[in-house]
Design a protein around this ligand. Structure first.
Ligand SMILES: C[S@@+](CC[C@H](N)C(=O)[O-])C[C@H]1O[C@@H](n2cnc3c(N)ncnc32)[C@H](O)[C@@H]1O
Length: 251
């Protein structure tokens, strides 16, 4: 498998033997991490509007990118490493009647020659510190970047070993402040929100896994392990770690 495809596999926790079926496995899911409604709302509050340039790194099927182009009138470029997702993004944009650019590239190394973004986002790819480094060099000073990553919860989870190495929201915010940027929003998802999203994801994945299993019985054990892994990861997000959507203004 190529380095980029390995990165795609890791980003959606897909084991190697299932990679040839990745598009099929995720067929029932439009968003692979982001909530388009939350993203559009955050961009709107940050002042992104008609004509502004929005770069979506690891855009997946382009759900949030297309929603932003449609609702805000911004000019969108989506970057992803997996061609079937980009193809879906392109047809979604066509159906929505918006014109976006879709680029197949490694989001971590992407350096567009003449595209200084007013806003850039990375949702569901790199952990917070890495995403900050990648995004802030692509956004003009005064522009905004959006990141979706997890933070460690405190309170009853204070000593939970599963949170080792994961910053709290306060620690993450302090890191941003040290760079001279300003955190305008850091919305921590509630356990209930996570539970609702997990239910939708688990249901869709189980349905595709069942279809695949019928056609390829030898995939049974690996599909079972995949579904278990997805459920366990989802459960973590209802407890000691929680997703956060950050909106940061670049200094
Ligand atoms: C968890 S999904 C999130 C997708 C999208 N942001 C969303 O919220 O629906 C991770 C995405 O990262 C993409 N990806 C993984 N590694 C990548 C890389 N090195 N460069 C570009 N895209 C990558 C995958 O193809 C996948 O679409």
């Amino acid at each position: 498998m190529s380095r980029l495809l390995e990165s795609v596999a890791r980003s959606v926790d897909c084991p190697g033997p299932l990679m040839p079926y990745l598009a099929e496995l995720f067929a029932g899911l439009q968003s692979l991490g982001s909530s388009p409604r939350m993203v559009v709302g955050a961009l709107r509050r940050a002042g992104i509007g008609p004509g502004d340039r929005l770069l979506d790194l690891a855009c997946g099927k382009g759900v949030s990118a297309v929603a932003a182009a449609r609702a805000l009138g911004c000019r969108v470029r989506g970057v992803d490493a997996y061609p079937p997702f980009l193809a879906e993004a392109a047809s979604r944009a066509a159906r929505a009647g918006v014109s976006c650019e879709w680029v197949r590239a490694d989001a971590r190394r992407y350096r567009p020659a003449a595209f200084h973004a007013d806003a850039a986002m990375m949702i569901g790819l790199d952990p917070f510190p890495k995403a900050v480094r990648v995004l802030r060099r692509l956004v003009r000073p005064g522009g905004v970047y959006l990141i979706d990553d997890v933070v460690a919860m405190r309170g009853r989870w204070r000593n939970c070993p599963d949170t080792t190495g994961i910053p709290t929201v306060e620690e993450a915010n302090a890191m941003i402040a040290r760079l001279g940027d300003i955190v305008e929003e850091a919305r921590v998802m509630s356990a209930n929100q996570c539970r609702r999203i997990n239910a939708v994801i688990n249901h869709a994945l189980a349905a595709s896994a069942s279809r695949l299993k019928n056609r390829h019985p030898r995939l049974r054990p690996v599909l079972r392990g995949f579904l278990r892994g997805q459920r366990d990861a989802g459960r973590m997000l209802e407890g000691p770690i929680r997703p956060v959507l950050w909106v940061v203004r670049r200094g």
